[in-house]
Ligand binder design. Structure first.
Ligand SMILES: [Zn+2]
Ligand SMILES: [Zn+2]
Length: 171
């Protein structure tokens, strides 16, 4: 930062929560990776053109308020293995999911539930084979017709964090 420049507020920790405000959480660091998912399942579940999910270690998204106010709903998923969607039990807004593949240690946080959702644009667009035709994607963001290999797209720091999580799980 050059002299005289105003210091910018650090983005993380960032705060978020449901619509009725019973449930509040903190995202303590930058996530591992952010998916814009254009699969039909995400279109149906969001009621919109795509879902925006920030993948992050579950312990980096502590609840600040509303521990008794959350409910976990078993929901079918694209893979057939199912997902658990964590919702506010009052307003029913979905805050994050755990997928069978990544397990309970990774949360897929619904970016729109952050107080400042602009913080986390997608790092990649996935399942663009079913992208709604009017959605125009930036040429600067990778896009794949279905899924992808982590090693091809994730930053090294995120791969290290995910490896550390796997090591913890097997210890
Ligand atoms: Zn709520
Ligand atoms: Zn999807």
């Amino acid at each position: 930062m050059s002299e005289g420049e105003a210091p910018t507020e650090p983005a993380f920790p960032a705060a978020g929560g449901c619509t009725c405000r019973a449930v509040r959480y903190r995202m303590t660091s930058r996530p591992l990776f952010v998916h814009g998912c254009h699969c039909r399942w995400c279109q149906r579940e969001s009621g919109s053109a795509f879902a925006l999910n920030a993948m992050i270690e579950a312990d980096r998204v502590p609840l600040v308020a509303g521990d008794p106010d959350i409910e976990t709903v078993d929901t079918p998923s694209h893979s057939g293995k199912g997902q658990q969607i964590v919702r506010c039990r009052h307003c029913k807004v979905a805050l994050w999911s755990h997928y069978a593949g990544a397990g309970k240690t990774i949360s897929f946080v619904r970016v729109g539930t952050l107080d400042q959702p602009d913080l986390l644009p997608p790092d990649i667009h996935i399942f663009t084979a079913s992208k709604q035709p009017w959605v125009m994607l930036s040429p600067d963001v990778p896009a794949v017709p279905e899924y992808y290999r982590r090693s091809a797209h994730w930053p090294a720091e995120s791969i290290e964090r995910a490896d550390a999580l796997r090591r913890q799980a097997t210890d």
